[in-house]
Design a protein around this ligand. Structure first.
Ligand SMILES: [Zn+2]
Length: 218
């Protein structure tokens, strides 16, 4: 999933109104932020294989440290603990839950390629990505609901808040549609670089927009 992860982060705004939304976004995308780093380091492997599922040309060959259920639980606990002192217990639990939500949403969308633990032979995935229309319908509905909940919880305080936020939404949608309908990427280094650079831009834009919306950030 891609904008489905952004959707749950945006939807969490009413639960932690004073936490800048860049943090829940980082939590919801955390496993995908770790993944390109591990790809570059050669610890995890993926290939370009158009048709692996209808939705993505990526074949996730080996990614136990970013995308096994056991690893997701550990990342979730670490992320939550890192948030504890600054944001308090409630927000820390929420951020931990968002990290874990990534694995659950991936388990719905990927074909069976997600391990339960590193080295485990059993791979899971319900395969929503086998259907492009079903994926667009599910993720599109989630994203619309997430945007609506966020906008209701954090109305723009000024023009910057409105422009930066809708710029963020337009960027997410454009990146998503580019992934679906654009040509397959030229190679895995490009995928890793685009993932890291794209995430940095999205998080920076979200942090900027959020400072101009809703309650002042902690
Ligand atoms: Zn993922």
């Amino acid at each position: 999933m891609f904008i489905g992860h952004a959707a749950v982060a945006l939807a969490s705004k009413p639960l932690a109104p004073r936490v800048n939304v860049a943090l829940p976004l980082a939590a919801a995308f955390w496993l995908d932020l770790v993944w390109p780093v591990l790809l570059v380091l050669g610890i995890e492997r993926a290939e370009i294989a158009p048709g692996d599922t209808a939705f993505t040309p990526l074949h996730f060959a080996h990614y136990p440290w970013s995308h096994s259920l056991a690893a997701a639980l550990v990342w979730s606990a670490l992320f939550g603990m890192a948030c504890l002192r600054r944001y308090g217990r409630r927000a820390a639990l929420l951020m931990g839950a968002l990290v874990l939500s990534h694995w659950l949403l991936d388990a719905i969308s990927h074909r069976p390629d997600l391990p339960l633990w590193p080295g485990g032979a059993r791979l899971v995935g319900l395969g929503l990505w086998n259907s492009v229309p079903a994926t667009l319908a599910v993720e599109g509905a989630m994203f619309a609901a997430g945007v609506w909940l966020y906008v209701r919880a954090a109305p723009a305080r000024d023009r910057t808040g409105a422009l930066a936020f809708w710029g963020l939404i337009a960027l997410l949608v454009a990146a998503y549609l580019g992934n679906v309908f654009g040509p397959p990427p030229p190679g895995m280094p490009a995928v890793a670089a685009a993932g890291l650079l794209g995430s940095a831009i999205i998080l920076a834009l979200a942090a900027w927009a959020d400072r101009h919306r809703g309650a002042p950030n902690k």
